[in-house]
Structure formats: C-alpha cells, structure tokens
Design a protein around this ligand. Sequence first.
Ligand code: SDX
Length: 427
Amino acid sequence: MTEKKAILKVDGREDIALSVYSPSLGQDVVDVGPLTGSQLFTFDPGFTSTASCESKITYIDGEVGKLLHRGYSIEELASQSDYLEVCFLLLHGELPSAEEKELFVSTIKNHTMVHEQLQFFYRGFRRDAHPMAVMCGVVGALSAFYHDSTDIKNPKHREITAMRLIAKMPTIAAMCYKYAVGQPFMYPRNDLSYSENFLHMMFGTPCEESKISPTLAKAMDRIFILHADHEQNASTSTVRLAGSSGANPFACIAAGISALWGPAHGGANEAVLNMLDEIGDVSNIEKYIAKAKDKQDPFKLMGFGHRVYKNYDPRASVMRESCHEVLKELGVNDPKLELALKLEEIALSDPYFKEKKLFPNVDFYSGIILSAIGIPTSMFTVIFALSRTVGWIAHWNEMISNPYKIGRPRQLYTGATERSFIPADKR
Ligand code: SDX
C-alpha cells in the first residue's frame, strides 16, 4: 500500500499527523490509529465511512455496480464457473487447477454427512419454527461435535473447519426444510454435484430415486455463486467481530446467520416475496411506491437500495436474466415476475428512487427463481446463509491467519454524568 499524509486540526488541540493508505482498488483510507492516545474518537454510526479491516477477498465498486471476487467479476464467475470452484477461489485466492478442483470437490463430498446425533436438535423445535431459528441453533451446536479442530491458530484446523462448514450447510439447510414439512431427512449422495445433492436432500424421499432437473441444479448453483461473498456486510462484520474474541468458527458462523436474518439484510429476499404478495397487482404499484416515499410510512421497497451500490447491483442483473431463463425452461408463467419487472420499471423512473440512487439489489429477483425451484419463502434466507458461509469463513480465516486485535468500538456518551445513589424512601 502506498502511503500519503493527513493532518487532523481540532480547535484547541495540537495537530495530529495521520497516514493515508492507497488500496489496489477503491478509496484511500485514513489510519486513525494515532487518535488512540489523543482522547479523540471517530464517530461513524452504521460504519458508513469506516474501513474495519484490510482484505484481499472481494471488492465492490458501488458507483458503477461492479463486484469482484479475488479480481474476477461476478458476471464471469456466474456464467463460467461453479459454486465449489468459487469457494476454492474465495478461500485460497486463485482459481483451482484441475487436480486442485478434483481434490477440493471430493473432500467436500466426504464431509457432507452430519453427526447422527445432530438430528435430535431438530426435534426440540416446533414443526412450524422459522427455519432460520433452527439453522441458528443447529450450526451453533456444531462446535459441540468437533473438539478435534478447535485450535484456531492451527491452519490445518481452520482448513478442515472450512471444508466441514461448506460441506454440511446444504445438509443442515435441507434438514430444516424436511423437519418443517414432516418428511424424513435425506442423506447426502456422493454421486451428485453440490447443487444436485442439495435439491436431492430438499425434495427427494426414501420412496423413489431422485430425479434432479439439470436446469434447476444449474439455477441453484448460480444462486449459490451470487450470494457467496460481499465485502464487510453486516453478517460478515459480525463473523469477524465474533472471531476477534477467539470464539470457535462454528459459533462465529452462527452469529453471522443471526445477523443475516434481519429484513434489512439477508431477510430481504423473503420480505420481497411477501411484499409482492401484498401488492398483489400492477394496479397497486403506484400506491406502494407512494408508501415507500412517505417518511411517515415505515414501508420500504424490499429488494431495493444498498449501502454500497448506488447503481444496479450486478447480482440482480444476473438474477433477473436467470429468472427469464429458468421460468421459460420450466414453462412457468409466474405473475410475480411480471409484477416485479413492472415495479422495477416504475420505481427506476421515479425521481425519488433516481435521486437517492435506489436500485434493485440481489434480493429483488432471487425469490422468484427460488419459488420456481419449489423452495418455500421461509427457506430463502436459509439458502442465503448456506451460500454466504464460504464468504464468512474466508473472511474469518483471513483475519485469524494475520495479526488482529479484538474488536472493541468506543462511543459518544451523552448519558447522565456521575451522581449519588438516592435511597428508595427519598425518590
Ligand atoms: C443485502 O451490505 C451488503 O453487502 C448486503 C448484501 C450482501 O450481499 O451481504 O448486499 C445483502 O442485505 C442487500 C440489501 C437487502 N435489504 C433490502 O432490500 C431492504 C430494503 N433496503 C433498505 O432497507 C436499505 O436500502 C438498506 C438497508 C439496504 C441500505 O440502507 P442504508 O445504506 O442505511 O441507506 P438508508 O436507509 O440511509 O437509505 C438512504 C435513503 C433514506 O432516505 P433519507 O433518510 O435519506 O430521506 O434512501 C431511503 C431511506 O429512507 N431508502 C429507501 C429504501 N432504501 C433506502 N426508501 C424506500 N425504499 C427502500 N428500499
């Protein structure tokens, strides 16, 4: 990183010299470390202008709508790669050779089963529990099963943990669905690809051989790729913060799942489908656009807007194209797609959305494809968590394998100054 200088001038204080680092891509950053001894804090609720770490994994240029994973564009990865190859890229920094890919895929295959005891965690939940509640609990419980790889300073332990998590998330996710619908859990099959295996565990039954549609398997794999990683978003930052205390990686991933669940983040894909159901018909779009613009109305257009993208989310573009392909190949005419396209057209021509640079994000179209595949709305964020696990573990590994400090933000305190206790009879 090249270095420039900055001077912080504060009335009544000595100037503070700060360093400015230039990245390989993106904006310069001001290192505010020297403020530590100066009794000055930076103040940035929501971290809108704060770089929390140095990373080499993913880069987003929000102004032009560009997303790179280790330098490769999401468009090229979505059209030319597959999810496990993207997992290798995110974890190791390079696309795998043929031999590396073969070993990676076979290693993943050999870790797709979960411990037989894990099934009993599901039985503690009501059948109508939200699958994300189940996934939070089950993934957090994984740390109870892997006492053989708890030394986070050991690269071999970090490697096997990454493989176990990538391999087992589809099994755990499918078990969440099977438990909800009252069908028997399906064991993974090593003769199937990663996405075929997931669809097998989701929709297969012990009564007959699974028939996996290549179209659906390809669409599923593409959805996994599009959700794999996204810089320091809320859930990834949660995983990093949890990991900075030395917590085990399974607990950190469970923390990430919890953060992802929120409707402002990964829960938006479920919220988009619920919103489209609520809008119901093209004739109601104007009313809901007005609600989204009304400051007194808490309604937001779900699947629109983004902290970083001030242009079209490139993942949404790929997702929208996939929508047309998948629905056409399946011969499905989903009125929700027509409604979504019309909603996008009207919103993007509205001055409010144009001025605030609110565009569709990854969650706007994903639910339509997931519905076409047969996945219920309540499972959408579970799929997002499954896909994002590789991003979370890649960032966790990047942090742990380099010098790091426990994350401990400070605050702007505006509460009561010190005062004496008042006994109850004098209040
Ligand atoms: C994901 O960070 C990531 O990278 C996340 C993610 C990933 O892959 O990890 O990309 C995945 O979480 C995508 C985002 C999914 N969430 C939604 O679709 C929910 C709807 N979107 C909004 O809640 C909102 O756009 C956020 C949360 C996504 C971004 O919020 P910001 O960056 O804090 O921006 P903001 O809320 O301050 O909005 C700026 C302005 C505000 O108006 P003003 O106060 O300036 O007048 O735009 C308005 C907002 O009210 N606005 C919206 C809106 N989103 C923002 N108005 C109506 N509808 C919306 N969807």
